[in-house]
Write a protein of this length. Structure first.
Length: 259
């Protein structure tokens, strides 16, 4: 909030990884689907921030990404735009089950199991709600349906929302694990992208356990999943998480002297 983009856009981006990522200069030439480009414009984004200039192509190229950039540098859109854009064309093919209107029977439960394509883990309820509101903007006029679940919120309502169908799941770890226990409610078998936002908040011991539970549970097909860590700092413990879960050939992006 209150970001001085004139300053941010001059920050240098450092990259390490298997291939050099060619940064995009603007959103128009980023190869976005017209609907997504329009959503970016509707959000009022005119030029990409430095982390976005590198993240969009890196994710498009299919790499796992670790991105470290200061708060307010636009990390949310840096992963949302390329991930949602990549799924747009495939939404029909990949999409989770939807209630079938042809089979609608008055008074009979239309619930389906949620099988999201993307899971975004957010360590706090505030962040989850914030990411959800960004996701809604970028999902506008796509087939992709975002959902948010978090502890302390109304479990019944969140459950009902999930069962209407969910492609993009934004979740706090506790509630996610809770819901993962009910295999009729939620399965991670279709997940293609797993994002940990504010990952430096997830280094406490109980978070770490949660993290492992999420990664090992819910029928995740490891080989099909791209992992993304986003953070404002780069603590040493990241190396372990990166080693355990990210592809060996992941791209590391760092803006300025963050961390
Ligand atoms: P971070 O996660 O790095 O702290 P956010 O993703 O929350 O940053 O973005 C901070 C603010 O900047 C948000 O209000 C967001 O809508 C806005 N923002 C992000 N990218 C752009 C952009 N390219 N142009 C204009 N505003 C942007
Ligand atoms: Mg953020």
């Amino acid at each position: 909030q209150g970001v001085d983009f004139s300053n941010i856009s001059e920050l240098e981006v450092f990259q390490e990884g298997p291939a050099r990522v060619d940064p995009i200069a603007n959103f128009d030439t980023a190869g976005l689907h017209p609907v997504m480009l329009n959503n970016v414009k509707l959000a009022g984004y005119e030029t990409p921030t430095p982390i976005q200039r590198y993240c969009l192509p890196a994710i498009k190229m299919g790499y796992d990404v670790v991105a470290v950039a200061q708060t307010g540098s636009g990390k949310t859109a840096a992963y949302l735009i390329p991930i949602l854009n990549a799924l747009m064309g495939k939404a029909k093919k990949l999409a989770a089950p939807r209630p079938n209107p042809a089979q609608f029977v008055e008074g009979v439960d239309q619930a389906v199991r949620a099988e999201p394509l993307v899971v975004i883990v957010c360590p706090s309820r505030e962040l989850a709600v914030q990411v959800f509101s960004e996701a809604r903007k970028f999902c506008y006029r796509t087939m992709l349906r975002p959902c948010v679940i978090y502890g302390g919120g109304p479990a019944m309502e969140q459950r009902a929302q999930l069962q209407k169908g969910c492609d993009i799941l934004i979740a706090s770890p506790g509630r996610l694990i809770d819901f993962m226990d009910d295999t009729r409610l939620l399965s991670l078998r279709r997940v293609r992208y797993m994002v940990i936002d504010e990952a430096d908040e997830m280094l406490h011991d109980d978070w770490k356990t949660d993290f492992d539970t999420i990664m090992s549970g819910g029928e995740i097909e490891e080989g099909n999943v791209r992992y993304m860590l986003f953070s404002a700092t780069f603590p040493k413990q990241f190396r372990d998480i990166a080693k355990n879960h990210l592809a060996e050939t992941h791209v590391r992006l760092r803006v300025g002297r963050a961390g």
